[in-house]
Design a protein around this ligand. Structure first.
Ligand code: AMP
Length: 436
């Protein structure tokens, strides 16, 4: 460690190979979001604490113990602000604040950092990134199915094939209240056998006992009443249509009647995506989402249906198959490196490089003139360029284009009609592209 200052625990730097992979995944997602008609929204990293107290729920772990909070200013009575721990509440806040709901539906996506005071471990960080989306103003079950299709498409577009979508319905608020009463009744009978954490959750929100990792709690949960038996007719019809839509759209899902999601605001369709590659260990949740029809009005807007999803960027990267990582790494290599010892060659090379780069070719070039041939070849190896363009004085005089494949060592020569220094840069670049 030495005496140097390190990054804050659980907050990582992003660079090199991982940054390139990140860019690849994010660009794929942006393409998919665009095709599905979503616009980007960027909200501030800092919001008032009350937003999350109301938007996420006072009993959630996030609000109870995971937020980084500080005062908005030094002024007396300044409000408490927090680093955002999640994306949905800020997006709803923005929707209400700007009255963006005047033209519905609103379809927004976001990508950005979130902050939670958690114990860092593999797949769990204090600064992590989420990609997510929210749709406001559509209550039909068709959207629930399309939402799941979007999640499946987002993951597949990045090359991920080891994931499972688990699906459940929470019914409507009244259904859940009836269910909560039944649950409370059931858990009260087993109170003394529950873990202390579940005992404390029992009266605040008995649904959360299902989240417990304790084995004793789990076996009690196995015989608990199931929410699906308390769903009213409207929510039931919505659920059946959602499943039908999923079938029609080719969504691969698994029913999980115990899935409740940690946050209070969900209703009807809820889902979670888990990694099945085994690469993530205990932290195998790739993302989750669902309907939250009551949240917009809870945060001061009109009654409005809404649905959304949020996934973890770091975990997605960790679960990508090796083949995708290798393919990306190969595609990210330089198309061409320039071997141009000598002043004249260097001047010509400068023009060629500028032109090729303007055509979106990835070109490595040492902008400092006067490097030896040997040095430049070494650089080409170090930079892992795919091919090298050899521009020596002999080549320039004879009008010879020489390109060396750095992997196989094979050289391709093309004799130009005119000496290299008499041909236009456009023509020359075209000739180079032909032998790349
Ligand atoms: P949540 O908002 O808790 O439902 O989280 C949605 C997704 O974000 C999770 O499924 C994870 O993939 C990711 N995630 C949540 N918390 C963390 C964290 N502390 N570190 C890394 N990823 C996280």
């Amino acid at each position: 460690m030495g005496n140097g200052i390190q990054s804050v625990r659980g907050m990582d730097d992003l660079f090199g190979e991982k940054a390139r992979l990140w860019f690849f995944v994010e660009s794929k997602m942006r393409q998919v979001f665009s095709a599905y008609g979503y616009d980007e929204i960027r909200t501030p990293l800092v919001e008032y604490e009350t937003l999350f107290k109301r938007g996420v729920g006072e009993t959630s772990d996030i609000v109870q113990k995971e937020m980084y909070s500080f005062l908005e200013s030094d002024a007396e009575g300044a409000a408490k602000v927090v680093l955002r721990p999640e994306g949905t509440a800020p997006v709803v806040r923005a929707l209400v604040e700007h009255k963006s709901y005047q033209q519905l539906p609103v379809k927004w996506f976001y990508v950005g950092p979130m902050y939670r005071k958690e114990r860092p471990q593999k797949g769990r960080y204090r600064q992590f990134h989420q990609y997510g989306f929210e749709v406001f103003g559509e209550k039909g079950a068709g959207l629930d199915a399309e939402t799941l299709l979007l999640v499946q498409t987002l993951l597949e577009s990045c090359g991920l094939n080891t994931f499972e979508i688990q699906l459940n319905t929470l019914g409507d608020l009244e259904d859940r209240l009836r269910y909560k009463t039944a649950l409370l009744d059931y858990f009260s009978k087993h109170e003394s056998s529950l873990s202390p954490l579940s005992q404390s959750r029992m009266h605040k929100n008995p649904l959360r006992i299902f989240d417990s990792k304790d084995e004793g709690d789990q076996s009690i949960c196995n015989s608990a009443p199931l929410l699906k038996d308390y769903i009213g007719p409207e929510a039931k019809a919505h659920w059946e249509k959602t499943l039908q839509g999923c079938q029609e759209l080719g969504i691969r899902y698994k029913l999980n009647h115990k899935l409740v999601r940690g946050l209070d605001y969900y209703c009807r369709t809820v889902f979670e995506v888990t990694d099945t590659s085994g690469k993530l260990g205990a932290q195998n949740a790739l993302g989750g989402g669902g309907r939250y029809d009551g949240l917009v009005s809870e945060l001061g807007g009109p009654e409005m249906p809404a649905i959304g999803f949020a996934g973890g960027f770091e975990r997605l990267l960790l679960s990508l198959p090796e083949s995708i990582i290798e393919k990306q790494s190969a595609e990210n290599r330089f198309d061409l490196g320039i071997i141009d010892p000598g002043e004249n060659e260097h001047r010509l090379a400068a023009q060629i490089v500028k032109h090729l780069r303007s055509k979106q070719l990835k070109v490595d070039w040492d902008p400092e003139a006067g490097k030896s041939f040997k040095n430049l070849i070494k650089r080409a190896d170090r930079m892992k360029v795919k091919k090298s363009l050899i521009l020596g004085s002999q080549e320039i005089e004879s009008g010879l284009l020489k390109v060396k494949d750095m992997g196989s060592g094979q050289e391709t020569n093309v004799t130009l009609a005119k000496p290299l220094n008499q041909i236009s840069i456009e023509e020359l670049s075209q000739e180079i592209c032909k032998i790349l």
